[in-house]
Design a binder for this molecule. Structure first.
Ligand SMILES: [Zn+2]
Length: 189
């Protein structure tokens, strides 16, 4: 049975959902931004992100910029480290330790009580723990998913929008490549 679970562990799931507020739905295949609608409607926002509401500093352009940068960081773009460092600075991340069962545990917290600060702190923690490398975007449909495979080799989303009717991007890519090879063969013959 292929593992279709795309959900990220713990708070990192909020980052994944946030990245996916920009998506290319299967039916229309046109890029859609759900953020403006979400930011306008606190009730809808709360449904999507129950752990943290928006604060005054969470302007739509700032949220969109953060989303772009988090997405780039998932896609492994070189410039994303610089962008992330700027976010870490602007959210004024701080380190806090506390004793848990006789061992010191480190936590990263944003001094800014905004949604941006909340997400940036989660991203920093995931990078520190190594979980970040498993947060990926599908090269085909751009959907962000968490790679649960043992060796972390998953490349395609497997299906988009998390639904059972989603398309299998990897399969489509394989079929397209196969057809292209066949077409080349026909061209030669
Ligand atoms: Zn996909």
């Amino acid at each position: 049975m292929p593992d279709h679970n795309q959900t990220a562990p713990g708070e990192l799931e909020d980052v994944r959902r946030f990245i996916n507020t920009w998506s290319i739905p299967n039916d229309t295949r046109e890029a859609t931004d759900a953020l403006p609608g979400l930011a306008r409607a606190p009730k809808v926002w709360h449904k999507e992100f129950p752990h943290r509401s928006l604060s005054r500093t969470d302007s739509l352009p700032r949220l969109q910029r953060l989303r772009d940068d988090l997405r780039s960081a998932c896609q492994g773009e070189a410039s994303s480290s610089e962008a992330l460092n700027e976010w870490f600075n602007s959210a004024a991340l701080g380190l806090k330790v506390r004793w848990v069962g006789g061992a010191l545990q480190l936590d990263i917290e944003a001094s800014e009580g905004s949604f941006v600060g909340y997400l940036v702190a989660i991203a920093a923690k995931a990078i520190a723990s190594g979980e970040w490398t498993r947060l990926k975007t599908c090269p085909d449909c751009q959907w962000a998913f968490y790679d649960h495979t043992r060796n972390g080799s998953k490349r395609w989303c497997g299906m988009t929008k998390g639904g059972p009717d989603g398309r299998a991007c990897g399969t489509i890519a394989k079929v397209t490549a196969y057809r292209a090879r066949e077409a080349r063969k026909d061209g030669v013959a």
